[in-house]
Design a protein around this ligand. Sequence first.
Ligand code: FAD
Ligand code: AMP
Length: 482
Amino acid sequence: MSKEYDVVVIGSGPAGYVAAIRCAQLGFSTACIEKWLNKDNKTVYGGTCLIVGCIPSKALLDTSHKYVEAQEHFAVHGIKVSKVGMDVPAMIERKDKVVTQLTQGVKGLFTANKVEGIAGTGKLISANKILVSGHDGKQEELAAKHVIIAAGSIPIDIPPTPVDQETIVDSTGALEFQEVPKRLGVIGAGVIGLELGSVWARLGSEVVVLEALDEFLPMVDRQVAKEAQKILTKQGLDIKMGARVTGSKLSKGAKKSVTVEYTDKDGEQKAQFDKLIVAVGRKPFTEDLIDPAVGIEFDERGFIKVDDQCATNIPGVYACGDVVRGPMLAHKGMEEGVMVAERIAEKKTQVNYDLVPSVIYTHPEIAWVGKNEEELKAAGVDYKVGVFPFAANGRALAANDADGLIKTIADAKTDRILGCHIIGPSAADLLQQMVIAMEFSASAEDIGLTMFSHPALSEGVHEAALAANGHAIHIGNRKRRK
Ligand code: FAD
Ligand code: AMP
């Protein structure tokens, strides 16, 4: 007899664990299957985000930022430090501790909410049956009225640079270096490539980023992308655009290095690195996840096909997070997890896919939501723009952290905010104020009429909104309309 549940979730990343907890809160008997084992062969819950993604990368970004502060910025404040050194293994150990604290936290949340965590690999074998293969080789069948697939994603490997997790690594390997590579290559100037490249550049690596596209951060507002390229280059990232990697050769001998072949506008090129990070994107992880007889449909890029509320074509089977269409972001998966649970409970929750915020955690951070100027121009929408530079923000200057700008875009006629684009200190948190405002269909005038604490970085949000209507106080107003 198979064990029966109202809901079985496959995968405990942000989409899966959130879905499982919300299902349990709504009164469903819920199990969540997870196959991830840590170095001690213990099951860990939390998925890519907590174990090898958002959290560990931010831990290393924070450590390396503090190192740069101590080395370069303390002196501006009059703080004298005699010798700043870097203990890389200690940095990695701290990162691991943060990961353990948070993954243990998910386990605790499962217990508190009565979600049953099940160790093993789940496979959907019919609309309401899941086969779990335990790490000890034992198999067990579970029955579920509803199934939520949240199996996540894995890094894309490209044939020219096969990952060995030693010299050629993916994002997971790049979180484990035990020393600072002298020369570091990064393939891909996307979010992950720029974040991980920044970590090691700050600690002293000579970093070369090879990007096949000619346009830097094509998904980002052009003004912000240009500013980002300028600042990151100044920080030491050698970003080579239009550079397509075509091959690689590992050196022989004890201390390995890799020679990367790439083509750019001048023809064939070569570069030698001590380590190479392959950060060319991620793909949905669906290998041996679903028996083809179940009839679940996939799209042409290998994602599980779902409707706006994450239902697959098979009644009772849902999928959410990185395994389905849309940006591969933890918060997008979490909101989908809640939506699926509430849909199972016959509530009418709907994720607002127009307002998914995006962040690149470089320093300064780059964050955006809604439409950018290029998209609005292409759609023929009449808009107005307000820009406020951090150089005019008292708090940013007081902190000696005044690179970047905030841009608010509003509809020319209705004044409704259509997008916000920030490069600057704490951009992620500043942006969130605009995400909330946009969720409530705020106008630029609404933000202008709101009182902001002084002195705060968020005053820049206020001023950028005022500037959209030519009413900024702390900068000159330039009329900028399409
Ligand atoms: P995952 O987190 O990938 O979790 C899926 C889980 O399912 C895994 O634990 C896996 O072991 C398990 N699983 C898969 N198949 C099975 C099976 N058959 N049986 C049992 N278990 C299974 N996003 C952000 O929003 N902000 C960031 O700052 C950010 N930084 C990132 C940095 C890096 C270096 C990386 C790699 C990613 C980053 N992301 C970030 C992306 C984010 O990690 C993902 O979008 C998010 O983890 C997706 O969540 P998920 O639940 O869909 O899948
Ligand atoms: P993202 O999908 O945001 O993680 O970004 C991955 C980046 O890697 C994209 O901008 C791709 O253009 C880039 N890329 C993919 N393949 C190659 C390659 N062979 N050489 C250089 N860049 C690549």
